[in-house]
Design a protein around this ligand. Structure first.
Ligand SMILES: Cc1ncc(COP(=O)(O)O)c(C=O)c1O
Length: 332
């Protein structure tokens, strides 16, 4: 039995799991399923809300009235925090990496609409973002309030619970469908979704292997980060868990030019899935991971997803990140 910490129910759960009827036809032996976590809500959609259910519960238990978090200009996590802050009557201060644009679009537009305060740090200044967060926390105390800091992507020992809980939901999905996929595939950016799925599937004794496609750092980074976060989680929540036994599998090769920058094949993949199934991926996270998954499946036994009868792709959201990159789509 898993003993869950405090959680606030914010996401629309359970999310559906959809079989890709038409898209899967290109594979002889494999069926692709999508766990529709882009449907955890409308304004607060995607994977971050599952983690924030635990992080914000923790903030509330510490009597905080303000949330401080950080990420890229088009961070889905920052947008989710801004919307939830507005919804729960909490103040939100975001520290964003990059220059302030003349016109805010996509996620950033939503941050402003939700009334979040925003500080911009250039790439060169980014290493000081946690020091700035600390200063903002101190300023908050001077003003009679209390601020809770959530790290990039809510990927820490608290946010980890989000995808442990999601694994429980997946387990129910698989029981209902009477299938146990060989692989559960996700994009990995700050590591928390991947980490939660690995811990959750291991705790629940599920046979599916978690395979992540990196959209930022390399496989060695995720291996280290996940083992550190899981060790902290184990200590903080007094969990019996074998960190050594964890299989952290991160497949490299699909990052493209860099974080947030995608090649034409990613935009083509987004258009292909939209037109064949009516499901929208994004160019920063899910488009790259989905493209990586399809490419590995096409390699058959030589690929990283060999002998897959059923593969479940976790759709982690990101739709609002499509619009700032709309000029990259090609229509014949
Ligand atoms: C849409 C989307 N998918 C995937 C990820 C990656 O999740 P994680 O940060 O937990 O690795 C993120 C956030 O970074 C995201 O916004």
């Amino acid at each position: 039995m898993i003993e869950w910490p405090a959680r606030i129910e914010l996401a629309q759960l359970p999310t559906p799991i959809t079989k890709l009827e038409r898209f899967s036809q290109r594979f002889k032996d494999t069926t692709i399923w999508v766990k529709r976590d882009e449907l955890t809500g409308t304004e607060v959609s995607g994977n971050k809300i599952r983690k924030l259910e635990f992080c914000i519960a923790e903030a509330k238990s510490q009597a905080c009235d303000t949330l401080i978090t950080c990420g890229g200009i088009q961070s889905n996590h920052c947008r989710a925090t801004a919307v939830l802050g507005a919804r729960l009557g909490m103040k939100v201060h975001l520290i964003l990496r990059g220059e302030e644009p003349d016109v805010p679009e996509g996620n950033l537009l939503m941050d402003y609409l939700c009334g979040a305060k925003i500080s911009y740090l250039s790439q060169a200044q980014w290493s000081s973002h946690e020091a700035l967060a600390k200063k903002l926390q101190d300023d908050c105390v001077s003003g009679g309030g209390k601020a809770f800091f959530i790290p990039v992507g809510a990927s820490d020992e608290v946010g980890l619970w989000g995808y442990i809980k999601a694994s429980e939901e997946l387990n129910q999905d698989f029981l209902g469908l009477q299938m146990e996929p060989e692989y559960i595939v996700t994009a990995t950016g700050s590591g928390g979704t991947q980490a939660g799925l690995i811990v959750g599937t291991q705790l629940l004794g599920m046979k599916s292997q978690v395979v992540a496609f990196n959209v930022s750092d390399d496989a060695a980074y995720f291996d280290k980060k996940i083992r550190e976060d899981v060790t902290l989680w184990k200590q903080r929540y007094n969990q019996e868990f074998d960190v050594e036994k964890m299989k952290v599998k991160t497949v490299e090769g699909y990052l493209g030019p860099g974080y947030g920058v995608a090649g034409p094949e990613i935009f083509d993949t987004i258009a292909e899935l939209a037109s064949s199934e009516g499901i929208f991926l994004d160019p920063v996270y899910t488009g790259k991971a989905f493209h990586g998954m399809v490419s590995e499946l096409q390699k058959g036994d030589e690929g990283q997803l060999s002998r897959a009868k059923n593969v479940v792709f976790i759709h982690t959201g990101g739709l609002f990140g499509v619009f700032p990159q709309q000029h990259n789509f090609r229509f014949d």
